[in-house]
Design a binder for this molecule. Structure first.
Ligand code: SF4
Length: 66
């Protein structure tokens, strides 16, 4: 399965937290910054991750192929 690193464009993110609900192992809300961020580790591009990217209302989740 494709390995990727996941990023959230914090300027376009509306903090709806849909990604946090769907995949808390990858996305989290940082109370210090008040923003949603993705873990910086390389993960597998699973169907669940692809689905989470699609449901993001502002399409601000990006992946970098490894
Ligand atoms: S689903 Fe998109 S807009 Fe909503 S919190 Fe996650 S990255 Fe931000």
């Amino acid at each position: 399965m494709q390995k990727v690193r996941v990023f959230v464009d914090s300027y376009r993110c509306k903090w709806c937290e849909a990604c946090v609900v769907e995949m808390p192992e990858i996305f989290s809300y940082d109370e210090m910054t008040g923003k949603v961020a993705a873990i910086g580790e390389v993960v597998e591009l699973t169907p669940a991750l692809e689905s989470t990217i699609v449901i993001c209302p502002t399409k601000c989740i990006y992946v970098e192929e490894m």
